[in-house]
Design a protein around this ligand. Structure first.
Ligand code: COA
Length: 327
């Protein structure tokens, strides 16, 4: 019999520095009212120097503590990020070293804002096959360093942060009972962040720095997001034979209040089942779903037997979801 994969611990970490909508309106032609009504965001955290691996380490440490595991009990660390401090070493290796998780393998993966879902589903496979018992999955980003701070259509949306979950093998029931990953590379231009310039002796290119920042076709991304949330919820309910009424909480990627409201309408699920904290953090990309999960756990409102859907969407384009029976 295949083992069950449960969430044994959660953690999150946000930089202290708060940037309000009013702060932003001093930098670009925007207003608190525009940002609130179009996105639901009031403020976000912006790093004053901490790098992605610093945030990732803090979130990882907290998740280990909540799982009651020692660093050397972790078999694998996966860090989902599109803003790693360096390509080499990976963010996961930096965290592995700082935690002293000396027995853990470590790698990064990129699936943009779907990163936490891709990371958790990857971890699930390693545990189900029996290869590993405890995997630390981290979603961490400092998107503030990837934004064009003169582009009001993107810089108001994002924030920095990190989250982590420990996934572990369990012989009793519950845990992850359904999951889905998807990608649509034909929409690759909707949301982009170029990694590096191609400069070698045969290439002569003079590219503006701005090309190395996030760019986005907002309305197309909006539609993709609504469709992805809706279809993933339908898919998981079909796959598991559960009904909307069986689901206690849905944690969507925290991009925009209107995306979530529209998806709730299309799925015919009451919007108050959708957990939201985007008003305080904006879109923290791979970190957002884990930060929300950690806050839901901390609120004490999650009880054994509750069913939760985590659902993400992001650049690539990518999408994915997980249905969990809380234990
Ligand atoms: N402040 C003030 N005005 C702004 C603005 C800002 N920060 N950003 C854009 N505008 C302006 C536009 O220039 C436009 O002006 P115009 O009508 O004079 O041309 C107007 O507001 C409307 O812009 P539009 O792009 O049509 O707004 P929208 O209702 O589509 O909202 C987004 C824009 C970005 C909020 C919305 O498209 C969105 O949320 N998309 C998804 C983005 C996302 O979640 N990305 C990450 C996914 S992982």
């Amino acid at each position: 019999m295949m083992s069950h994969v449960i969430i044994k611990g959660t953690g999150s970490y946000l930089p202290e520095n708060v940037m309000s909508n009013d702060d932003l309106s001093k930098m670009v032609d925007t207003s608190d009212d525009w940002i609130r009504t179009r996105t639901g965001i009031s403020e976000r955290r912006i790093s004053t120097g901490e790098r992605t691996s610093d945030l990732a380490y803090e979130a990882g440490l907290r998740a280990l503590k909540s799982a009651n595991l020692k660093p050397d009990e972790i078999d694998l660390i996966i860090c989902a990020t599109i803003t790693a401090d360096s390509f080499m070493p990976s963010c996961a290796c930096k965290v592995q070293g700082r935690l002293g998780a000396s027995l853990a393998a470590a790698f990064d993966l990129t699936a943009a804002c779907t990163g936490m879902i891709y990371g958790m589903v990857t971890a699930e496979q390693f545990i189900k096959t029996g290869m590993y018992s405890n995997v630390l999955v981290i979603g961490a980003e400092t998107l503030s360093g990837a934004l064009d701070w003169e582009d009001r259509s993107t810089c108001v949306l994002f924030g920095d942060g990190a989250s982590a979950v420990v996934l572990s093998r369990s012989d009793s029931g519950g845990g992850i009972i359904g999951s889905n990953l998807e990608a649509d590379g034909s929409k690759k231009n909707l949301l982009t962040l170029p990694a590096t310039t191609m400069l070698n002796p045969y290439v002569d290119k003079d590219i503006e720095d701005k090309q190395y920042k996030i760019s986005m076709q907002g309305q197309e991304v909006f539609k993709f997001a609504v469709r992805t949330i809706t279809s993933n919820i339908d898919f998981l309910l079909n796959k598991t034979g559960l009904t909307k009424e069986d689901i206690d909480y849905i944690i969507p990627h925290q991009a925009n209040l209107r995306i979530i409201e529209q998806a709730a309408k299309f799925c015919k699920v009451p919007v108050d089942k959708f957990f939201m904290n985007l008003d305080r953090y904006g879109n923290t990309s791979a970190a957002s779903i884990g930060i929300a999960l950690d806050e839901l756990v901390a609120s004490g409102n999650l009880n054994p037997g509750n069913k939760i859907i985590l659902v993400g969407f992001g650049g690539g384009m990518t999408g994915g979801s997980i249905l969990i029976e809380w234990v």
